[in-house]
Design a protein around this ligand. Structure first.
Ligand code: HEM
Length: 454
């Protein structure tokens, strides 16, 4: 689509949407990108934030500013949060609206903090005209009443900055490329699917899904790669590098974040191993820091009991159902001897045959890195992990803890009998996990090399 600039009169009054539609038949079905102040910020990141907020605000308010363009997706490609505004974008529209209305209300009430500092003034300079409009409206009681109603009706809704069509226009080939590289890697080694899934988990649990796990050690970066849970254990970094270089190639420049690559690769891995699919929410940006300490503190250990696991997940905003569903990831992949040695030599709630089988390849001392499958079918996404827990054949102490007379027993039993239910809950919990503290807007960066800060 070429750029089509439409001047709606020189008067910078706000025409209504219907006025615009009258002068531009057919426009009601297309997104209108409306320019409020005269210039798009030069800087791409700023422009992305600015474009989205203007567009969202204008549409949500049912007003349009003086100059509108039909969106030129190719020109705007790379600006970030631009796209066709279906479902997922609804929330960001609300967010823009709420920010403005709140500002207006506060000012009417005598507060003036919203546009207080010069920095904020700059950030929101594009909003000024809509803002003034709101302020005027705010003076009327009926508007105040509507505002309160809107506030209440929106209060229960969850806000998320991510959306599943984030790269739709910026780089439509990004997701198919990730899928292809993941499939190749899994074809070469089935376990790689498990390892990629785990990378996303270990990323999200340490200060959010921001690809901090991928940063190598430097004088300023405390790499998470050598934390207790990851050292000689986390794997798949080369596959992520390959995905990144191929994606940047097809996109023509680095627009896809490493954090998003981790999230998509996790989903594609599960699918490659016959598990469920889900729409990955995207738009995460990459951290400029990492923390080995945070990794040591936040990634759960295989020695935890149920209470500790629940507490650990709760800290990330995940509940007991998420804990059980996500632990179901252990339907895939392997664990090293040192992670389950104590369980197979010293614990009692373990099937004796299973204990002997595992002891055969995991001696009392030595053989620390010898592998055992986490369930009997480590390359297949199925419900055997859960049926094994019911037969006291959980490999890790933390696995068996989910079925040991506590409150998660029921769910383990349900999942063991119902793969469909497990798959559905798993996908939902993966989306929830992927939503942990993403960096969006101007925060973070899109790394050029996933291992290094730009
Ligand atoms: C509930 C707390 C959890 C604990 C204590 C835990 C612990 C572990 C441990 C100790 C291993 C073996 C690592 C090794 O021996 O090198 C492992 C493997 C694995 N974990 Fe977890 N995990 C947990 C939850 C999760 C979650 C939530 C996911 C994914 C969403 C996950 C995915 C995996 C996968 C796929 C593997 C196999 C990796 C491979 O074969 O390379 N785990 N986990």
């Amino acid at each position: 689509m070429g750029e089509e600039r439409i001047e709606i009169g020189a008067n910078p009054e706000f025409p209504t949407n219907s006025q615009i539609q009258n002068s531009l038949p057919g426009l009601e079905n297309s997104w209108v990108w409306c320019e409020i102040s005269s210039k798009i910020p030069e800087n791409l990141d700023e422009a992305a934030v600015w474009t989205t907020s203007i567009k969202s605000t204008a549409l949500a308010l049912d007003v349009a500013p003086s100059r509108c363009h039909k969106v030129d997706w190719t020109r705007l490609a790379g600006l970030g949060r631009v796209g066709e505004g279906r479902g997922g974008r609804l929330f960001s529209r609300f967010a823009g609206l709420m920010r403005l209305i709140t500002a207006g209300l506060l000012e009417v009430l005598g507060f003036d903090f919203f546009f207080a500092g010069e920095r904020r003034r700059k950030t929101y300079r594009g909003h000024m005209e809509v803002y003034n409009f709101i302020k005027k409206k705010m003076a009327s009681r009926s508007f105040l009443f509507i505002y309160v109603l809107v506030m209440f009706s929106l209060a229960g809704m969850a806000f998320s900055d991510l959306s599943d069509d984030f790269y739709h226009h910026i780089c439509p080939k990004a997701l198919p490329t990730i899928k292809r590289v993941v499939e190749d890697a899994v074809r070469k080694e089935r376990r790689m699917g498990a390892s990629l899934l785990r990378l996303h988990f270990h990323d999200c649990f340490v200060n959010g899904c921001d690809a901090s796990i991928l940063l190598d050690q430097t004088s300023t970066i405390n790499s998470e790669k050598t934390s207790r849970a990851n050292n000689n254990s986390a794997r798949g970094f080369e596959v992520i590098d390959k995905i990144k270089s191929e994606v940047d190639k097809v996109c023509g420049r680095p627009v896809v974040s490493c954090a998003d690559i981790l999230a998509v690769a996790a989903r594609d891995s599960v699918v490659a191993l016959h598990g469920p699919s889900w729409k990955v929410k995207l738009g995460r940006r990459d951290s400029t820091t990492a923390s080995r300490t945070a990794a040591n503190d936040n990634i759960p250990t295989p020695f935890m009991d149920l209470a500790a696991l629940i507490k650990n997940f709760k800290k990330q905003g995940l509940d007991e159902e998420d804990l059980v569903a996500l632990s179901g990831s252990h339907t895939l992949g392997f664990a090293q001897c040192f992670t389950f040695r104590n369980r197979i030599y010293n614990e009692t709630n373990i099937d004796p045959t299973f204990r002997r089988q595992r002891q055969a390849n995991c001696p009392r001392s030595g053989g620390d890195s010898n592998l055992a499958p986490l369930d009997p079918t480590p390359a297949l996404f199925d419900s055997k992990y859960f049926s094994d827990l019911r037969s006291k054949k959980g490999l890790l102490h933390s696995d068996q803890a989910l079925f040991s007379g506590g409150k998660t027993d029921d769910l383990v039993e349900k999942y063991s009998k119902n793969l469909g239910m497990f798959s559905k809950d798993f996908a939902e919990s993966m989306i929830k996990m992927g939503d942990i503290k993403p960096l969006t807007g101007k925060r973070g960066q899109i790394r050029v090399n996933c291992r290094k800060v730009n």
